[in-house]
Design a protein around this ligand. Structure first.
Ligand SMILES: Cc1cc2nc3c(=O)[nH]c(=O)nc-3n(C[C@H](O)[C@H](O)[C@H](O)COP(=O)(O)OP(=O)(O)OC[C@H]3O[C@@H](n4cnc5c(N)ncnc54)[C@H](O)[C@@H]3O)c2cc1C
Length: 515
């Protein structure tokens, strides 16, 4: 059986690429997904369907790959969830619906990817969304993904206290964190109309399921890409315990920032020495595969609330956030504080995700300068690769996070929290005594904001670490592209889902126009 296109992974980007490319009835598209598929909305499992806490837990669910990664020497094992179901990580994520700042994309363009200026991408951002709150030159109103913000009267009391504390501190108000010039505190946009997690499976795949030229095969794990010389000709894929070969004119890797570099390496494409050390025959020596692992390092500032203060674990936990520029930084909006009006002890420390403890400000560097790497652990496609997040090696990252934690601590001292907060449980006063003490606390508590990206970065041919060109084509090979969060050259100052969906839209445009 031969298809025109095989897309590997039905996640945020893969669902979009498969949908857009199959709009032409003359192009046959096979979409392969390792996880299950739920064509009937009524049968969507609760933890996938609903955007807030449900009786079933997405973190321990089979719809999550449940990877682990290395954070720092003091925090060597962090939880790394990833979606394993149609919709991919967009089907298990937190639904914060944020674009990067225009400077992010203009920065990509300045590095030799001139198709990716913010101006060039605006059409894709608008095309993918239906923003139910704003209608103007920057927002889309008829796209597949529905976004909205909580109205002030819907905010939980602790959210209002956080907002007032941030305003009193001096941060400006913003109605719309997606407006290009916005900064400050305001309602977080979410893609969860009526509490439903509006994934790419719902927004894109569902309306395209009837197409005869789009074949979606769930529960199919791709083992590797097959090459004839340097030309990709098909994939080896496991289905129902058997391994099959399927051919196509074009292979598109959309497995996400973990699986796409892993699959390239398993197929013989990556750093030559590393592949040889695993006994993998080298098809093409490409040193950048798995390097440049970027993320948003995040730490929790948590307060126990007073007895009797109403904490509802099934209500929306996040409604507002604060974006700001760190002192001394020339990177606009390089920090975010995400406020939760229901916090538990951290699950990785044995906390029960429904047992109330208090409230939390999660402080995160939105544009860290540090990077990590991804390497193979094994040639077994079922074994996760080694994920070294390598957090907080750079003083600039540590300083911005220290300052951010101190700001969060100060916000918790605002009068509006007087009737809410009993005590701060982390960091303790002793952790705040000196920069050294705070650095130790940061390294012990830093974790992932779930935004792994950039592990197959795009760049010009002159960049030896670039894995794909600006059209997503893998260097040195033919008929194979990567289209997902891994091709970002640098992380963006936003949660990564909207930008990954934009990447799906943008590379589809390139393919359709013949680039
Ligand atoms: C818990 C969590 C919370 C998050 N919260 C937010 C948020 O609030 N806002 C936000 O903007 N971003 C959030 N993110 C990040 C965002 O969802 C991701 O950046 C984005 O979904 C990545 O898209 P992708 O297409 O690169 O990969 P994915 O969406 O992960 O898709 C990859 C797909 O490939 C499949 N696959 C992998 N390997 C194989 C294989 N060998 N064979 C076949 N199929 C395979 C996977 O099962 C998956 O379906 C969150 C992520 C997680 C995990």
């Amino acid at each position: 059986m031969k298809y025109d296109v095989i897309v590997i992974g039905a996640g945020s980007a893969g669902s979009i690429v498969a949908t857009r490319l199959s709009e032409d009835p003359n192009r046959s598209v096979l979409l392969l997904e390792a996880g299950p598929d739920y064509p009937n909305f009524d049968h969507l499992p609760d933890e996938v369907k609903h955007g807030y806490a449900t009786a079933t837990d997405v973190m321990t669910s089979d719809h999550n790959w449940q990877f682990t990664g290395y954070g720092t020497a003091e925090n060597p094992e962090i939880m790394v969830p990833r979606g394993k179901v149609t919709g991919g990580s967009s089907a298990i994520n937190g639904q914060m619906f944020l674009r990067g700042v225009p400077e992010d994309y203009d920065g990509w363009a300045a590095r030799g990817n001139d198709e990716w200026t913010f101006q060039n991408l605006l059409g894709c951002f608008r095309r993918l969304e239906t923003d139910t709150d704003f209608s103007d030159d920057f927002h889309g109103n008829d796209g597949p993904i529905i976004a909205r913000r909580f109205k002030r009267e819907e905010w939980r009391p602790a959210q209002t206290a956080f907002y007032n504390a941030a305003r009193a501190y001096g941060f400006p108000h913003t109605d719309d964190h997606n407006s290009p010039d916005s900064t400050g505190v305001g309602p977080t946009p979410f893609n969860n109309p009526n509490g439903i997690r509006w994934s790419t499976a719902l927004g894109y795949l569902d309306p395209a399921r009837n197409r005869l030229n789009l074949t979606l095969r769930p529960n199919c794990t791709v083992h590797r890409v097959i090459f004839d010389g340097n030309r990709a000709t098909g994939v080896m894929v496991e289905s129902g315990g058997e391994v099959f070969t399927v051919e196509a004119d074009q292979i598109i890797l959309s497995g996400g920032a973990i699986a796409s570099p892993q699959l390239l390496m398993l197929s013989g494409v990556g750093p030559g020495d590393h592949l040889r050390s695993h006994g993998i025959p080298v098809v093409h020596d490409l040193p950048g595969v798995g390097q440049n692992l970027r993320d948003h390092p995040i730490v929790p500032v948590t307060w126990r609330t007073k007895p009797g203060f109403d904490l509802d674990g099934f209500a929306p936990r996040i409604q507002t956030c604060l974006k700001y520029t760190a002192e001394g930084s020339d990177l606009r909006n390089d920090m975010i504080m995400i406020f939760s009006s229901f916090a538990t002890e951290q699950v990785i420390r044995g906390g029960d995700r429904m047992a109330p403890l208090g409230i939390r400000a999660s402080v995160s560097i939105y544009l860290a300068v540090g990077a990590g790497e991804l390497r193979l652990n094994s040639t077994d496609p079922h074994q996760q690769p080694y994920l070294d997040y390598n957090y907080l090696q750079e003083e600039f990252d540590r300083k911005r996070l220290r300052d951010g934690v101190r700001i969060a601590v100060q916000l918790g001292e605002h009068g509006d929290f007087q009737d809410i907060i009993q005590e701060r449980t982390e960091p303790l006063d002793s952790d705040l005594e000196s920069d050294d003490a705070l650095d130790h606390w940061l390294r012990s508590n830093v974790s992932t904001a779930q935004h792994i990206s950039c592990t197959c970065k795009m760049g010009p041919a002159s960049d030896p670490m670039a894995v794909v060109d600006q059209y997503g084509k893998v260097y040195g090979l033919e008929n194979i592209r990567v289209v997902d969060a891994s091709i970002m050259p640098d992380c963006i100052r936003a949660n990564t889902n909207v930008t990954t969906m934009m990447i799906g839209e943008r590379v589809s445009e390139f393919i359709l126009r013949g680039d």
